[in-house]
Design a protein around this ligand. Structure first.
Ligand code: CUA
Length: 341
């Protein structure tokens, strides 16, 4: 053997791949901590998608094992030996060729069949379904309840156990509605209506995320789905149907005047006031939401003030310009918005 050249480095590389891959898998799993998981379904629709995923996995697993086993067997059994004769060739063997063409065809037909079954099931909305409209904006979610005649943003409330049909469209570019634990991804396309259907099985809060790259804030285009008990949901609807509350503190009252006399009303609606803008989120009950900026920050007076003072610093690329307001003005506006419960 020539000096300096051993078989060790050639063997070492694949061996070192094993711990590297294990580390990568660990890192990926650690990154999933606290994230919604499509394999943790909380609705029959997500359950059917999860079942499909496992079905495909267990169809693919024996195929993978069989192919790898045959490959290893062939490589070892028929490796080149000194003086060995060429093994018998199977080119033109009709029986073998029909078999290995038909077998994958049959497997793929089964995959197609179970996929169609799942697609039909997850899009089925019985006539008694509750209807919600969600319209994608760069980079937030407009949410309309046609039956209750009110609009909100970024936080969708539904009654637990009720089938909900979410009609989806977009005002600008293609977004995608995805609540991993409740429903599959559905594209939101300008000028076109798609829909998603889910029935939440348990009371809880479920994280949703835009799943189609739509621009610089795509990753910050989140939302929440609250599956409420029927009484909590009814109370929420009743509150949403009211016009905006009148502020009770001096700061909030001053904030209300500043809001009504500034650029805010060009983009935002506050029902019961002159604010009728439709470019940004409806703020009629913004104080009752748990987050701001499309599930970016907890809804606290400090965060609302931070947002108003410099929205481009908090979420660069969003549609709200920096209005260069004095800090006392910012605080009064924040006090007013937080009073809109
Ligand atoms: Cu909206 Cu990505």
């Amino acid at each position: 053997m020539p000096s300096g050249k051993t078989v060790w480095p050639r063997l070492a590389r694949p061996i070192m791949l094993v711990p590297a891959l294990a580390l990568l898998a660990l890192a990926a799993l650690a990154g999933c901590q606290g994230s919604p998981l499509a394999l943790n379904p909380q609705s029959p629709q997500a359950g059917s998608i999860s079942t499909l995923a496992w079905t495909l996995f267990f169809i693919a697993l024996p195929v993978f094992l069989l192919v790898e086993a045959l490959l290893l067997f062939t490589v070892l059994r028929f490796r080149n030996r000194r003086g060995a004769e060429e093994p018998p060739q199977i080119e033109g063997n009709r029986r073998v060729e029909i078999l290995w063409t038909a077998a994958p065809g049959v497997v793929l037909l089964i995959v197609l069949w179970v996929t169609f079954q799942t697609m039909a099931f997850v899009l089925e909305s019985p006539p008694e379904s509750m209807q919600v409209q969600v319209i994608g904006h760069r980079y937030w979610w407009e949410v309309k309840y046609p039956s209750g005649n009110f609009t909100t943003a970024n936080e969708i409330h539904v009654p637990v156990g009720q089938t909900v049909r979410v009609d989806l469209t977009s005002i600008d570019v293609i977004h995608s509605f995805w609540v991993p634990e409740l429903s599959g991804k559905v594209d939101m396309i300008p000028g076109h209506q798609n829909h998603a259907v889910f029935r939440a099985l348990n009371v809880g809060t479920y994280r949703g995320q835009c799943a189609e790259y739509c621009g610089v804030d795509h990753a910050y285009m989140g939302f929440l789905v609250f599956a409420d008990s029927p009484t909590t949901f009814a109370a929420w609807v009743q509150n949403e149907q009211q016009p905006a509350a009148q502020p009770t503190t001096a700061a909030a009252r001053q904030g209300q005047e500043l809001f009504a006399s500034s650029a805010c009303i060009g983009c935002h609606t506050v029902v019961g006031t002159p604010a009728r803008g439709v470019i940004g989120p409806d703020l009629t009950h913004v104080g009752s939401r748990t987050t701001i900026g499309a599930n970016l920050l907890p809804n606290t007076p400090a965060n609302v003030a931070r947002w108003i003072a410099d929205p481009q610093q908090v979420k660069p690329g969003n549609a709200m310009p920096n209005l260069h307001l004095r800090s006392d003005v910012v605080d009064k506006l924040a006090a007013y918005l937080e009073s809109l419960k």
